[in-house]
Design a protein around this ligand. Sequence first.
Ligand code: ZN
Length: 374
Amino acid sequence: METYTLGYKFRIYPNKTQEGLINRTLGCARFVFNHFLAVRRDEWKANHNSLTYVKTSKLLTDLKKREETAWLSEVDSMALQESLRNLDRAYENFFKRRARYPRFKSKHNHSQSYRTRNQSNGIRIVENRIKLPKIGLVKIKQSRAFEGKIQSATVSRTASGKYFVSLCVETDKTMLFRPNGGKQIGIDVGLKAFCLDSDGNVIQSPRPLKKLQRKLRRAQRRLSRKLPKSMNRDKARVRVARVHERIANIRRDFLHKLSTRLARENQTVAVEHLNVKGMLRNHRLAKSISDASWSEIFRQLTYKTELHGGELLKVDTFYPSSQTCSVCGYRNPLTKNLSVREWDCPGCGTHHDRDVNAAKNILRKALEDKSKTA
Ligand SMILES: [Zn+2]
């Protein structure tokens, strides 16, 4: 059986007791991470010896037996083990030069989380509640249904004090498969709009984002004026966090809806393989790109097109998609200038909208490349 692992994030509403338990687990998971980061760092300094996950796991068992740290054995033991795994992964990423040296986790981080595994059905949904190890049945707002086996759960608390659970669910691929609508489409990043497609449709970013971004700037200014460690500062900090969360929610929702629609309607979705790092350096494009989270939509399109039996094709960034006429192939260098929004092709006379023409070229080039490699 071929399986697929998908993530589902839901808001949970723990009662006071459960909230206390979750917060303690968050604290213990952080303690374990920081404690063993120090242990591993010192061991390396003293003996040039790199401790493994297995070794730190043994040390954790010893730590739980000690009187002064016996409180560690009162919380979900899998959460602490997962914390060690996270640390191990952080080291691995560092050794493979994918990340910086692991850093200590601060209590004041924007959001806190711990991960626990589903052992012998310890995590399951019972009507409108979710069973979590050591926490019990917590009220959940399950915004969408899913099928499959829950592998792990990450419990998180946001800076504004909301709780969420992210579930990793393994599902049989055939259960998820829904045939697509069979169309073909090219997508281009817009400068003003979020993106455009080769049929001439313009997809705008959600309207509330602009308003919220102004609100965020105001809240941030207010926060910067508050005295450190004052009550008002704390309130202002929560206000900033709340706006951040709303922006993130609207954006996530927008990206998911868009990628789902594209994957459902089309057999082929063609995009430009954007070198996001390079584009962020180009200041003019930077805002629309970072706002729009292009790498996130690519990630979603990759798995969603697969779930619908379609394909995501990527065109090389160096292909001059906006300079080439999508009808006759004439190359017009004048359109290199970003301010040229519309042009008439000197080769065949077709009137082009810059971005729609680019989206058409992206689709054409993607199909061309594909037939060459096939
Ligand atoms: Zn032409």
